[in-house]
Design a protein around this ligand. Structure first.
Ligand code: SF4
Length: 279
């Protein structure tokens, strides 16, 4: 039997960089739960957890309070909760963990748009620092094909709003998500949207069909032909070539990537392109 102080509603996901964080589930599942490529929360019915249950989970870590520096709010999109409720939870985290330095969460651009800038500022002031946003693509045809429920416009609006409120963002693009048909426009329009947003962190991962390619194809709105390894690398080159970033920390070190790149863009852009060309 585990000695871990709380019991999670499995499965639980977190971004790779949150491996040191205490995970607290505010919601279960994802309120959208419709992206064609995503199997993360298909086994869960979305619901907000009761506030008393969330506080109970936080309080279970009181004996370890001085060790907790980072908290990740799960599951898929806790920002769907009302601002007042989120502030009460953030305040409770702050009051419970005196050495808390960072609170992060997954967020969708639509949920950011639904909040005012002053609400987002209130969340920032209550301790929320960093939002992880899966953009997947900046191309509207690709977004429609994968049933993302977002557009390039909603992504720019949501992310620029959170940036104005002082919240940092870590955004993710999926290499290969447009298949052969959309690879060029996916690379260019994804670079364009990232240039508009200028996120603090950017990462890429490679499209992975967890339930097999036939299943994934059956969920997409068009005929889909996946990219081979060489085409994936070519797509990455086009994407990076069109990025115009001032200071964004870039990582393509997720387990799905064949091509590992780490650095700061724009500074390391030519270095990345030279590495890709050498491949
Ligand atoms: S919004 Fe995120 S968690 Fe929800 S279905 Fe899409 S990719 Fe999955």
């Amino acid at each position: 039997m585990s000695n871990f102080p709380i019991q999670y509603h499995e499965p639980v996901f977190r971004p790779p960089s949150e491996w040191k964080s205490l995970i607290i589930q505010l919601t279960l599942g994802c309120s959208w739960n419709n992206c064609a490529f995503c199997e993360m929360y298909t086994s869960k019915q979305f619901r907000a957890r009761k506030e008393e249950d969330i506080f109970h989970d936080i309080d279970a870590f009181i004996p370890h309070a001085y060790q907790i520096r980072r908290v990740f709010l799960a599951d898929g999109d806790p920002l769907v909760l009302s601002t007042n409720r989120l502030i009460r939870i953030l305040n409770h985290l702050k009051n419970t963990f005196p050495r808390l330095q960072r609170v992060s969460a997954y967020a969708s651009p639509n949920n950011l748009i639904r909040k005012s800038i002053s609400e987002l500022e209130d969340l920032k002031n209550a301790g929320l620092n960093l939002l992880f946003v899966g953009l997947e693509s900046g191309d509207d045809e690709v977004l429609s094909m994968i049933n993302k429920g977002e557009t390039s416009k909603s992504m720019i609006e949501g992310l620029n709003k959170s940036k104005l409120a002082g919240l940092d963002s870590s955004v993710m693009i999926i290499n290969g998500v447009g298949g052969k048909q959309y690879t060029f426009q996916h690379a260019l329009n994804s670079a364009a949207i990232i240039n508009e947003i200028q996120p603090k962190y950017l990462s890429t991962l490679v499209l992975t069909a967890y339930k097999g390619m036939d299943y994934l194809k059956s969920r997409l709105n068009v005929d889909f032909t996946e990219l081979n390894e060489q085409e994936l690398v070519q797509e990455m080159r086009q994407f990076i070539e069109h990025l115009q970033l001032k200071e964004t920390i870039f990582r393509s070190d997720h387990a799905s990537n064949h091509l590992i790149l780490k650095g700061v863009l724009g500074r390391d852009k030519e270095k990345f392109i030279a590495k890709i060309d050498s491949i």
